[in-house]
Design a protein around this ligand. Structure first.
Ligand code: NAD
Ligand code: UDX
Length: 507
């Protein structure tokens, strides 16, 4: 029914890899090739040690890449031969990175479209037949116009390109589930006969597993803007709740209760209201800065300032948390050992882009603390790479920081344990947080409790740490009463701390 035999995806990253694994799994009749210039990444995609950690991802990759269940032929390929895959494809996803520019005009704000442009030029250069080119990357509104111009100016005569916007809404850590059960699929096209036809072709690929009423076709520019708008709105909820957490800490209100009660209002809803040390990840900050930059270029400074304040509050939150650690540890961290539990920007991913841990660790190092970092998924080289890229004093960094292979190792002889990622391993809450007096914690909507069995034993930790022992919970994942009963002083985001523990601990 549809004339799609081959799909090519340019960019084998966190989006391209998982998205194509699911598309290939659900469309065994389509050959899907994911290409990248990064040879090491492609090599890893062709092993069982994938370059991206996502629950369930390996299963989907193996099924489509290897025909693992024996009932199907392989139809998912990872390759560095960009030219061949582009030339052969009917449909081409552009899923390259679109980071914030770091030099030149708009540095630190504008979106760097250099990778999108080079992918586009490659498509124009090698295409010998008509193609549907799909923006999967998150791009500023009107980028499709740039893509169209480049293709028109540099493509071969007679080759026709139709451009669609099809932004991706998956969140890391839950990517496979999000891809299997998306709230909606957005397809933006020009409002022309050929635009509608192209949108229908792409719809048919998704319709292999997604109900038609969840596949929305809208105008190209609306689609591009919706992606950035959705991220801005989600991040704005987190900054709103984090701003309220500061009020809670000063007043005795409890942010988990406030967020829970607010979220019960169906107009507000419960998700993305979990107070934290600050949001991280490769998308929120860059997309809001890009939105603010676009607003500035459109001479809308008030709009730009509004969105920038979402990022400002996030920086403030990270800073406020670090200052609280210093204050509670008697205003001096010099030579104090501090365990950092979690380095990834959220649980169930090994990704560290824009993780709050980077700024917290850098600040603590400047206070001359000795930092012991443990994360169950992030590789040691990655931690060093992130810290070295951002530290103001590399010699001090190397002297003060070490990376551990277990939470216990990190906590040994530490004055404080600082939880920066909500890995299940660090939590001591009852599995059902809805029991007892405290209300359920507002949830970000994920329910990946894969590693409950390997939870750490806080009683054991109590025997390892220096007294008085502090827990700074940047994710509100611990049961404060239980930890207090073990003799810990506990400081959580958006709660006023535990004075009742201080007298017993100092005796
Ligand atoms: P990524 O950095 O993990 O992957 C991008 C890949 O593209 C890299 O491997 C890079 O080598 C490759 N690449 C760059 N230019 C290329 C070229 N010209 N030819 C071939 N390969 C090229 O990035 P990502 O996290 O997958 O994000 C991709 C896009 O999707 C971004 O625009 C991002 O904003 C958006 N997005 C990301 C997420 C997420 O959760 N990470 C979610 C939704 C949308
Ligand atoms: C986000 C968007 O959710 C997704 O739709 C988009 O495609 C890419 O960007 P991601 O960054 O992977 O996804 O994860 P998300 O779950 O949104 O979390 C982002 C950050 O916010 C994390 O650091 C997370 O810990 C934090 N967060 C999330 C909170 O602090 N509180 C919440 O309630 C939810």
């Amino acid at each position: 029914p549809r004339n799609v035999r081959k799909i090519c995806c340019i960019g084998a990253g966190y989006v391209g890899g998982p998205t194509c694994a699911v598309i290939a799994d659900k469309n065994p009749d389509i050959e899907v090739t994911v290409v990248d210039l990064n040879e090491a990444r492609i090599r890893a995609w062709n092993t069982d040690d994938l370059p991206v950690y996502e629950p369930e991802l390996l299963k989907y990759v193996k099924s489509a890449r290897d025909g693992a269940d024996g009932e199907r032929s392989p139809n998912l390929f990872f390759s560095t031969d960009v030219d061949a895959a582009v030339r052969a494809a009917d449909l081409i996803f552009i899923s390259v990175n679109t980071p914030t520019k770091y030099t030149g005009t708009g540095a630190g704000h504008a979106c760097d479209l250099g990778y999108v442009e080079s992918a586009t030029r490659k498509i124009a250069e090698v295409s010998e037949s008509d193609k549907i080119v799909i923006e999967k990357s998150t791009v500023p509104c009107k980028t499709a116009e740039t893509i169209r111009e480049i293709l028109a100016a540099t493509g071969r005569p007679g080759v026709r390109f139709e451009i669609l916007s099809n932004p991706e809404f998956l969140a890391e850590g839950t990517a496979i589930n999000d891809l299997l059960h998306p709230d909606r699929i957005l397809i933006g096209s020009l409002r022309s006969e050929r635009g509608f036809q192209a949108a229908e072709v792409l719809s048919s690929v998704y319709a292999a597993w997604i109900p038609r009423d969840r596949i929305m076709t809208i105008n190209l520019w609306s689609s591009e803007l919706t992606k950035i708008a959705a991220n801005a709105l989600l991040a704005q909820r987190i900054s709103s709740v984090n701003a309220l957490s500061a009020i809670c800490e000063a007043t005795g209100a409890d942010i988990d209760e406030v967020a829970y009660a607010c979220g019960k209002d169906t107009r507000i809803g419960p998700r993305m209201l979990k107070a934290s040390v600050g949001f991280g990840g490769s998308c929120f900050k860059k997309d809001i800065l890009s939105l603010a930059y676009i607003s500035d270029t459109l001479h809308l400074p008030e709009v730009a300032a509004y969105w920038r304040s979402v990022v400002d509050i996030n920086e403030y939150q990270k800073d406020r948390f670090t200052r609280r650690i210093t204050k509670c540890l008697y205003h001096s961290l010099t030579n104090k050992r501090i365990a950092i539990l979690g380095f990834a920007y959220k649980k169930n991913t090994g990704d560290t882009r824009e993780t709050a841990a980077i700024s917290v660790v850098n600040s603590l190092v400047l206070e001359q603390a000795d930092i012991r970092i443990y994360d169950p998924r992030v590789k040691e080289e990655q931690i060093w790479q992130d810290l070295k890229a951002t530290a103001s004093d590399i010699t001090l960094l190397k002297r003060r920081v070490s990376v551990c292979t277990s939470a216990y190792e990190a906590c040994t002889d530490s004055h404080a344990a600082v939880i920066l990622t909500e890995w299940d391993e660090f939590s001591n809450k009852d599995h059902s947080t809805t029991q007892g007096n405290s209300p359920p914690t507002a949830t970000n909507g994920t329910a990946e409790d894969g590693n409950l069995s390997s939870r750490m034993d806080w009683q054991h930790v109590a025997g390892l740490m220096k007294k008085p022992m502090f827990v700074f919970d940047g994710r509100n994942v611990v049961d404060v009463d239980k930890l207090e009963a073990l003799g810990f002083r506990v400081e959580c985001i958006g709660k006023s701390g535990t004075p009742k523990a201080s007298s017993s601990i100092l005796e």
